[in-house]
Write a new protein. Sequence first.
Length: 110
Amino acid sequence: MGLNLAEFLDHINFLLRKKSPRTVLFAAIRGEPPLTGNTVHDAYLAAVAAHLANSHRLPRPAWVDKSSRRLDRPWFAIPDPWARAWLLRDSPAAFRERNLFTTECAIQRV
């Protein structure tokens, strides 16, 4: 997932730099990617799309709210107990609502 997600985020950043219309940005997140079989990856992809929709005032694609795109138990990007409070506090809303706890920098690209 890592390289594909990085390339996708680079594509989104390219569209933003070009000042692409909202319809073009929405088209980039509208289609549901196939399930990977890894529940964390599947939820993470939905969180990224929902976060982009929230951040850029786009409609939320319906697929991001499917139960298959949410975790039953919390997942922490840093599994150490000392980091949990920090991740609980700093995780973007789209990630928290899917039981994913990470930092916003996890989806930022230079």
